[in-house]
Design a protein around this ligand. Structure first.
Ligand code: PLP
Length: 406
């Protein structure tokens, strides 16, 4: 099966108006409707354009470091005593996580559309860094909105973005975190709809973003299929696990397996200090509502005010989730598990000490699920059971938090 960089699956989902079941859509100020239409038209044209595909494929291979390896975790497998565990190594991508797959795709599209200015929102700064990186590579101006509170907490990423030539603007309203940074980015976009391209960092926002960002990350899953064929002689594992913030790394590895109903799909979301307190377990505890241009599950109070999310892991600390995950949850195709901060920290230790891979705190939420999942798969499918987890990013960025909490 050939691997395609901007792989375009049959577009039955979302529908033409961007809905995954009842979720998704485009709830935006009227001034953005023509801007989203222009984006949809451009994406539809370029995703099947051979020159665009070739250029993106080359960038993914020669710049981002794809294909990323599928690593057999022999010591982790032995330690747990269950299914054979494989790690899809997105931590080895340039800039240390999967995010570059999407920022490369979107900047190439922005470049083809003749846009002269890029804006982005960022929480912990990882998407901001991935955006600043591709803007430097393409020589396009870059403004990144970031909550003032997050700028304090993630000083190093602010310095990275500035070194890469981006301007970082502080969002100083409300909780001064990702939600407000996104509000500011949308405000900028409304004021500059003609020359500005908004690079959204996950499978969230108005249509066509959730579909487009998903398709830029599908390469994670398509590579996994062909690598599994070489490693274990079949393209489908018994289960896949991935962490879910907005949901981009998870949908990237899940999506090419959605039609293979024998493959269990497991997402892990951040339960913070536990579900009775502050957390970011949107799919477990949220209810449908509109945030940042789309309908999805949200953490909100009875009056519909969006709640503050909490997780030790900044990348999962968001009160919303991508609309396709909301639909997959309702359909029961994917099972979502809340994982606490403490369980994630155990996950960091487990992967570090058995495999010599220090995972990002986000990734550690997927690692934390592996012991129970690997054992139950072996009980169900026997000694040949295969479990893949998406190692979405490396933990260097989290060392201070990890050291302070372990
Ligand atoms: C940003 C980030 C996430 C969360 O984002 P998704 O869109 O849910 O993938 C997960 N892992 C890492 C390493 C990240 O940097």
């Amino acid at each position: 099966m050939p691997e395609s960089a901007v792989d375009s699956p049959p577009e039955t989902s979302p529908d033409a108006s961007g809905h995954f079941g009842p979720y998704g859509g485009a709830y935006v100020p009227e001034i953005l409707t023509p801007v989203l239409d222009e984006l949809k038209a451009a994406y539809t044209t370029y995703k099947d354009d051979p020159d665009f595909q070739n250029e993106l494929r080359t960038l993914l291979h020669e710049y981002a470091g794809r294909p990323t390896p599928l690593t057999y975790c022999n010591r982790l497998t032995e330690e747990i005593g269950g299914a054979h565990i494989y790690a899809k190594r997105e931590d080895l991508c340039h800039t240390g996580a999967h995010k570059i797959n999407n920022t490369l795709g979107q900047i190439l599209l922005a470049d083809r559309m003749g846009k002269e200015r890029i804006i982005a929102e960022t929480g912990a700064g990882q998407h901001g860094v991935a955006t600043a990186t591709v803007c430097a590579k393409f020589g396009i101006d870059c403004v990144v909105y970031m909550g003032a509170e997050d700028m304090e907490r993630q000083r190093l990423n602010v310095e990275r973005m500035e070194l890469l030539g981006a301007e970082v603007r502080a969002a100083t309203t409300g909780s001064q975190t990702l939600k407000e940074a996104t509000n500011e980015a949308i405000r900028d976009w409304v004021s500059n709809p003609d020359d500005t391209f908004y690079i959204i960092g996950s499978v969230v926002g108005p249509h066509p973003y959730p579909m487009m960002v998903r398709n830029f990350h599908r390469i994670i899953g398509t590579e996994t299929r062909s690598q599994l064929r070489d490693a274990v002689g079949r393209e489908t594992p018994d289960a896949i696990a991935a962490c879910v913030g907005g949901g981009s790394n998870a949908i990237g590895i899940f999506h090419p397996f959605l039609e293979n109903h024998e493959v269990q799909l497991h997402g892990t979301e951040a339960a913070g200090g536990g579900l009775s307190g502050d957390h970011a377990a949107t799919l477990a505890e949220g209810s449908p509502g509109v945030l940042h241009g789309a309908m999805s599950y949200l953490l909100q109070d009875d009056a519909g005010q969006v709640s503050l999310a909490h997780s030790l892991s900044a990348g999962l600390d968001y009160p919303g989730v991508g609309p396709e995950h909301a639909h997959l949850r309702d359909e029961g195709r994917v099972t979502y598990h809340p994982i606490t901060d403490d369980e994630a920290l155990e996950g960091v230790k487990l992967l570090s000490q058995t495999e010599g891979i220090i995972p990002a705190l986000e990734t550690a939420h997927a690692v934390a699920l592996l012991p129970d999942l690997a054992r139950s798969l072996a009980a169900e499918h026997g000694d040949d059971a295969v479990l893949v987890f998406n190692c979405s990013g490396r933990g260097d960025k989290d060392m201070e938090t990890i050291a302070a909490n372990l």
